[in-house]
Write a protein that binds this ligand. Sequence first.
Ligand code: LLP
Length: 404
Amino acid sequence: MRYINNKLRIENVGLDKIAKNYGTPSYVYSYSQLKKNIIDFEKNFKSFSPLICFAIKSNTNVNLIKEIKKFGLGADVVSAGELMMALKAGINPKKIVFSGVGKTSKEIAYAIEKKILLINAESHSEINEIERIAKIKKKKVNIGIRLNPNTDAKTLSQISTGKKENKFGVNGKTFVELVKFCKKSNNIVLKCLSVHIGSQILDHKPYEKMLNILSKILNKIKYNFEYIDLGGGMGISYNNSDNKLNFEKYNIAIKKFLKKHQSKIIFEPGRSIIGNTGILLTKVVYIKNSERKNFIVLDSAMNDLIRPALYGAKHKILPFLKKRKNSNKIYEFVGPICETTDKFSTLKKFQELKEKDLIAICDVGAYGMSLSSNYNVRPKAIELLIKGTKIRVIRKRQNLKDLM
Ligand code: LLP
């Protein structure tokens, strides 16, 4: 995104043109940013060519997943719905891993039927269930076991997954027992050790710590895993003051790990692939002056983007037109939903705004649309993909009739 003649563009399309032709609120994605993210991700780890399984939960738009698939990526799924979506986008089942603590019997049966690469199990009960279903189907099923390495990812508590108090994975002791159990099974082939310690991780040290813990366990059990699935979690910079994850240091730590343990590495990135590719284009409906601040009431709300309300997440906000002076009022950007938490940001010295102005809420490509809802019977926004000067509708705006 850049300003040309003080007007904000995404690739070569002005946001005013998008609003005029497709309305607001709109999710707008940049193809070239997506391409750059995938190429950069691959470059960061090219010495060991990992299998990169895009975390579908971060963005479930089938047309975006189709674009991601064209670069050869696989998928990380957590439900039958996500698995079906990945297959619909044409992703090779041999590049799909299935994570999650509560896979139902139906979901396990579906995954077995589709011959996906791995079901990453998270408990003894789940392994029993996979074995039971595999036996009925007379199949041998490839699985992974998710280890909870009890590592603090130093991220928001709500999106931290690798500490012992979190519901994910099994502890080291159970892991060792489950490896023994799997060795004896006729219907389960244990191929993978998986971990995922959290999301929006900006410090490489928790990853180093996690790798050291894996190394210790592997030395102890002496089992040769074909795959080590390190999950996702690589953070992005949501504002200019965020640190950046040092991919080089993470890469060095993995290379060191691979000298001792020869396995194929799998990653499950979501945010680092899709996060900074999308904006939420929205319009100022009203400006409401109060004593202490001005409420900028937008036509988008927490049903469109819930991250600020749910996690206190901060998304940069940019005006479409950049030519007025800064306001000396505090601006509070809010949606029309009947909850006080329906608020995107409170900013000082934002440029003066007027009713009907367009603004962009940035870096919403990950966990934006995928976490949206119809709360207050509000239709979901349209999704558009920009490639150079071309605008493609990749998901239609819902209309009210769909919701009745
Ligand atoms: N693998 C597993 C098993 C996961 O649970 C997740 C995310 C990922 C991969 C992808 O993580 P990423 O690379 O995107 O960080 N809704 C929250 C994020 C929740 C993440 C859940 N798990 C947010 O808006 O920040």
